[in-house]
Design a binder for this molecule. Structure first.
Ligand SMILES: C[S@@+](CC[C@H](N)C(=O)[O-])C[C@H]1O[C@@H](n2cnc3c(N)ncnc32)[C@H](O)[C@@H]1O
Length: 223
């Protein structure tokens, strides 16, 4: 599915989120940089938006990005070459559930709107835990379902009606943007996701809701 929508992904992403995702990404990066990481892994990197935002914020950081959709990586690589950042971000076709890296490699991991799509989130998180150094952090940005009824009503209408309609028209894919609300609904969020992080081995797990609870940034550490 992501291979199919790759050429339109960035455009639709920012359009459908009214650019709010950029604010969330900045917050995730600000928190991640607090520990001055040098080597970061961006899992489910897609078109490398987050990786690019990170290396633009820090001159010393290097990023390995992995994703299972080749077409998303192709778009990502084109952006990296255009921005002359291809020496600081390397993209690789690989699954979160089977990372092609040895243990204790990375100071930090980031995953934006990716965990929800993993075939087996616990296996993916355990793999991320494995490749992190001791003291390394995982930083996850993901949608959440808001609890407050008015926000929930607007959110659900937008997510289940408006977004699939525009997504279908622009991407030309009949189900990609209907898949989004379904996958968000199925995703184990908030404290359930904290439990999953703990099961994978992480400690000091916490989350911060964003924009009236329509997204959350989760952080945890390998100690
Ligand atoms: C919604 S996109 C997010 C991309 C990017 N992180 C961003 O913030 O724009 C989800 C991405 O997760 C990737 N993905 C899904 N399952 C994956 C897995 N098991 N391992 C690696 N990437 C995966 C998809 O191919 C897709 O590019």
């Amino acid at each position: 599915m992501f291979n199919h929508i790759a050429p339109r992904y960035d455009f639709l992403n920012h359009l459908l989120s009214f650019g709010i995702d950029k604010i969330w990404r900045k917050r995730l990066i600000r928190g991640l940089l607090k520990k001055n990481p040098e080597k970061v892994i961006d899992v489910a990197t897609g078109t490398a938006d987050l990786a690019i935002a990170l290396v633009k914020k820090s001159d010393t950081v290097y990023v390995d990005g992995v994703d299972i959709a080749e077409a998303m990586l192709t778009v990502g690589n084109q952006k990296l070459i255009k921005k002359k950042l291809d020496n600081r971000v390397k993209l690789r076709l690989a699954s979160a559930e089977n990372l092609p890296f040895s243990d204790y490699q990375y100071d930090a991991c980031m995953v934006a709107f990716g965990v929800r799509n993993f075939e087996n989130p616990l296996v993916g998180l355990t793999e991320i835990f494995r490749v992190l150094k001791l003291g390394g952090t995982i930083n996850v940005l993901e949608f959440t379902t808001p609890k407050f009824f008015l926000v929930k009503f607007v959110y659900q209408f937008y997510f289940t009606k408006v977004l699939p309609f525009i997504g279908r028209k622009v991407s030309g894919h009949s189900t990609a943007y209907s898949y989004l609300p379904n996958s968000v609904e199925r995703f184990k969020e908030r404290n359930e996701f904290i439990d999953l992080l703990k099961q994978a081995g992480f400690e000091h797990a916490s989350f911060k809701l964003q924009s009236f609870g329509i997204a959350a940034i989760y952080r945890a550490q390998k100690v």
